[in-house]
Design a binder for this molecule. Structure first.
Ligand code: NAD
Ligand code: 89Y
Length: 340
């Protein structure tokens, strides 16, 4: 049984802690947060008595096998470097880092310590999205030549995560990052990015709408479109909708978790709605299930000595797309990812 320690007991941490109780092969032995009320509440809710307000002290005293970092991006680099100094494996929430320079340094720190570093990039682990990824990778529609990955919602994310309204950057860094990662998982790495962004909600500081055109290394195209300013029925938060054309057919993941594959052999349409775990609640259950799945993947990789699919190194390529999208939107030009 691997011993884990958590840093960050805020809004999203309950999903991690509930999931850790389901994961086979690991248990959380200690919690850390600088906010005493949040720390105590999490300790009580999950029956964990080793509580710390200082991460270095926790790592020194508890000597865990891994640390789960559930803080926001500004603290990720110092905490990943601290974990590397203590020789522990790391799973770190997204956005992995505030800059590509920080992210590269974090990957190097873990590599230098000989430890696994995985980013909690969980949207590609949502079971409806994973079913689509598996179908594409199995060649069900042949070679894909077009992908639209779309996340459009008017859901109020600011009441639970007020920091999202306060930063210069919002939707690309917070949410688009997941959709860009899904596009990579489906269509491969990206050579060029062209993007536009805008803000519709005047009560927030950053952009809440982004439309991003990706040219993949294969020469094929994806459109990644994201909005938190879209008022429509049904409200699809937090579904990523997909439309992929291949030379042998099409795949669609439509609102309400319906997956349809059409080929010369006919149509295969399935309900791929995620399960509602006993601690989960709608509409978050899609995200919540993927937290469990990605954490189990992390522990399985540690047990088997394999590299996680969403390793720190892999995530550098997703973060590059975020940076490229902002640069493209700011300067009104297409950005070569190799230039970043
Ligand atoms: P939050 O601000 O509610 O909680 C973060 C907690 O970390 C706070 O309680 C804070 O006191 C604590 N903290 C910060 N620095 C610390 C340090 N050095 N030592 C100890 N404690 C420290 O944030 P949140 O909404 O829970 O989000 C956390 C991360 O999860 C963010 O990066 C966010 O983007 C991400 N998130 C991911 C998903 C997903 O589906 N992957 C969904 C929501 C949020
Ligand atoms: O922070 C975001 C995430 O990662 O998933 C949804 C979210 O909570 C709000 O956009």
């Amino acid at each position: 049984m691997l011993k884990g320690a958590v840093i960050g007991c805020g809004f999203f941490a309950g999903n991690h802690l509930n999931s850790w109780q389901m994961v086979e092969g690991a248990e959380i032995v200690a919690l850390c947060d600088r906010d005493a009320a949040r720390l105590d509440a999490a300790g009580r809710a999950f029956g964990i008595n080793a509580l710390y307000d200082d991460a270095a002290q926790m790592l020194t005293e508890q000597k865990p096998d891994f640390v789960d970092i559930i803080t926001t991006a500004p603290t990720h680099r110092p905490l990943v470097e601290l974990a590397a100094q203590h020789g522990v494996h790391v799973i770190c929430q997204k956005p992995f880092a505030e800059t590509l320079g920080d992210a590269r340094a974090m990957v190097q720190a873990a590599q230098g310590a000989g430890k696994t570093l995985m980013v909690h990039e969980n949207f590609r682990w949502q079971s409806p999205v994973r079913t689509a990824i598996d179908a594409i990778r199995a060649g069900r529609i042949g070679t894909p030549f077009f992908c639209r990955a779309s996340f459009r919602s008017g859901y109020d994310v600011f009441s639970g995560q007020p920091y999202l309204a306060e930063g210069d950057r919002f939707i690309v860094e917070d949410l688009g990052i997941h959709v860009l990662d899904i596009a990579r998982a489906l269509m491969g790495d990206v050579a060029r990015v062209a993007a536009t962004t805008t803000r519709i909600n005047q009560n927030i500081k950053g952009e809440d709408v982004a439309t991003i055109l990706l040219t993949h290394d294969s020469g094929m195209t994806s459109v990644v479109d994201c909005s938190y300013a879209t008022r429509r029925t049904p409200e699809t938060f937090p579904e990523t909708l997909l439309e992929i054309d291949g030379d042998l057919g099409t795949l669609r993941l439509d609102a309400g978790y319906r997956l349809t594959i059409q080929t010369a052999d006919g149509e295969d349409s399935q309900d791929v709605a995620p399960p509602l775990l006993d601690w989960a609640e709608r509409p978050w259950h899609n995200i919540q299930e993927s937290v469990f799945t990605i954490q189990q993947h992390f522990v399985d990789c540690l047990a088997n000595g394999t590299n996680p699919e969403t390793s720190g190194d892999d995530n550098l390529r997703t973060l590059t797309l975020v940076e490229a999208a902002y640069l493209s939107a700011r300067e009104g030009r297409t950005v070569e990812t190799a230039s970043l």
